[in-house]
Design a protein around this ligand. Structure first.
Ligand SMILES: O=C(O)CCC(=O)C(=O)O
Ligand SMILES: [Fe+2]
Length: 550
């Protein structure tokens, strides 16, 4: 199954009462002309019919990789209707939702275009849009069962992440949980275009920026952080509340200690962090926060967009409240697709735990918070801080109106997630290339490393839309061995130089993201990121004496 198909499958999946096989979902999508809502309805109707005979066997990951035969049974309705994932962040955005039309050759970037809307509902041959699942190859290894990584040691062994339990002082973790829970009432579900309709993320989200950028003392950072988001400017971010500031400085030290132990990648941020922070190898200057209420709220498979984070970013993800599974799955590069199968890893994240997604995680792995068939409630060990006025409809009651204030601690079905991130000064909004729609583009890694399949010989560095790219590419393929134009030759040399002289294994694409908003209309412009040509840096490779990969 290719990564882009996941988007649609997960969209259907998030609307299902039971999870059938991937094949069944694809079949339903085809029958429904590619309409995820209709496909979900079809499958749910089938479930009702079959419910007496069949039994459900658990979470998203148990079927997503395996493609088992349908196992369905009658179940309670999901708490929120419809809706697949992500775009949780007003920032590094999951790549999937905009990646509906996968590239068909080695030089084309993952497309960010959605199908333009029309007044009539188009008849969509889904299989014509999505790549067909690859036929089983005799060489291909059988798919592997999901593996639960139940300890920090297991996490390190399998994924480019580290797990840190009890990371904050318990009372601070509790205060931060209550603070964010109270704020989460006003957070929004992200919306974006998928095919011809608007879809909503199945969780609420918000975005925070620190007072300064963490590099200079520039206090205009907060105010200036009006980041573009899905092709639109966002409302100003919230300021880190005091509990979050304290938590952030603890987490910065945990992350920096980890980085001291790790081999760094050349394109990671190689600059400093301002006076007084010389001992820090990592800082956060923004945070995305998510609230998942109940076991059905989720975020689908994605990797975080990099337009402000830059390549090989480090993301520190704090979990508060109910324990949920954090799932990771490697994207197998095209040149290894015949010999290796991806495995899904599940990391149970308890209250007050930190997962650090280290450099290369966004390049190699997708992550998700899948819906769960059951979930333990979180029972806070401390009452809410007296300063907070948390409403009873969030299951927490706090009364401070009289001198003898009473507070009852109620169990909660919410998980709060805070992903602390560092927006790099060399990826400031004003430095982000714009597409033909005039909207800043998004940056995504070539997760499938398609350029390797042609030995790195492909010279195409930019394009203007799916059809055009296909056509140009086809013409280029046909012209192989024939005379190259001088321009092509020099582009090719440049491309090779960029990727060989520093032995950088990855390509990154700037792509139009306007299609996810803007009524589904995007221009599909794309270009390869040229780190040096775009005057990015310093990367670690530019720091004298630094040891790094690439
Ligand atoms: O809730 C989580 O742990 C993951 C959130 C996430 O992936 C995101 O905000 O990009
Ligand atoms: Fe993410």
């Amino acid at each position: 199954m290719n990564e882009d198909t996941d988007t649609l499958i997960a969209l259907v999946s998030s609307q299902l009462n039971q999870q059938p096989s991937v094949d069944a979902i694809l079949e339903a999508l085809v029958q429904s002309n590619g309409d995820p809502h209709d496909a979900a309805k079809l499958l749910n109707d089938q479930t009702k019919t079959n419910s007496k005979k069949r039994k459900h066997d658990g979470g998203l990951h148990s079927w997503l990789d395996k493609g088992k035969s349908p196992k369905v049974s009658k179940k309670e309705k999901p708490e929120s209707p419809s809706r697949y994932s992500t775009l949780s962040d007003a920032f590094p955005k999951p790549a999937d939702a905009g990646a509906l039309k996968p590239p068909s050759n080695s030089s084309k970037p993952p497309s960010s275009s959605s199908k333009p809307p029309s007044s009539k509902k188009p008849v969509v041959d889904l299989m014509a849009i999505l790549r067909q699942p690859e036929p089983p190859s005799p060489k291909k290894k059988p798919s592997q069962a999901p593996l639960t990584l139940s300890s920090s040691a297991m996490v390190v062994d399998h994924v480019p992440c580290t797990l840190h339990t009890s990371v904050l002082p318990p009372e601070l973790a509790s205060d931060l949980f209550y603070t964010m829970l109270a704020r989460s009432k006003s957070w929004k579900r992200n919306k974006w275009w998928l095919f011809d309709r608007v879809v909503e993320s199945p969780h609420r989200t918000s975005f925070f920026a620190r007072k300064t950028d963490g590099v200079t003392a520039d206090e205009t950072w907060q105010e200036a952080a009006q980041f573009w988001y899905n092709g639109r400017p966002t409302s100003p971010p919230e300021v880190f509340p005091p509990e979050m500031e304290t938590a952030c400085s603890i987490i910065e030290r945990v992350v920096s200690d980890q980085l001291r132990e790790r081999m760094r990648f050349g394109l990671e941020w190689g600059g400093g962090f301002g006076a007084g922070n010389e001992d820090l190898l990592w800082r956060a200057n923004v945070a995305a926060s998510n609230c998942y209420e109940g076991r059905n709220e989720s975020v689908g498979w994605h990797s975080d967009q990099m337009q402000y984070l830059g390549p090989y970013c480090t993301i520190a993800s704090l979990s508060l409240g109910t324990r949920r599974n954090f799932s990771l799955r490697e994207v197998i590069p095209t040149h290894e697709a015949e010999t290796r199968r991806a495995q899904t890893f599940n990391i149970p994240l308890p209250h007050n735990s930190l997962v650090i997604m280290h450099a290369s995680c966004q390049e190699r792995f997708k992550h998700s918070i899948p819906p769960q068939s059951s979930m333990d409630l979180y029972r806070p060990a401390y009452p809410p801080p007296a300063s907070l006025n948390i409403d009873s409809d969030l299951s927490i009651t706090s009364s401070t109106s009289s001198s003898t204030s009473t507070t009852s601690i109620e169990p909660s079905n919410c998980r709060i997630n805070i992903t602390f991130r560092f927006y790099r000064p060399d990826f400031r909004p004003e430095s982000i290339p714009r597409c033909k729609c005039g909207v800043p583009m998004i940056l995504r890694p070539d997760m499938k490393q398609r350029w390797r399949s042609d030995g790195g010989n492909n010279a195409v560095e930019s394009g203007e839309g799916e059809g055009d790219v296909d056509e140009k590419q086809e013409r280029k393929e046909q012209a192989k061995g024939q005379e190259k134009t001088r321009k092509e030759e020099s582009e090719e040399k440049k491309s090779m130089a960029v990727y060989t002289y520093l032995n950088r294994p990855d390509k990154y694409w700037w792509t139009c993201y306007a299609g996810a908003q803007n009524d589904g209309k995007g221009c599909t412009t794309w270009q390869v990121m040229d780190f040096d040509g775009e005057r990015r840096g310093p990367g670690i490779f530019q720091v004298p004496g630094a040891r790094c990969i690439g």
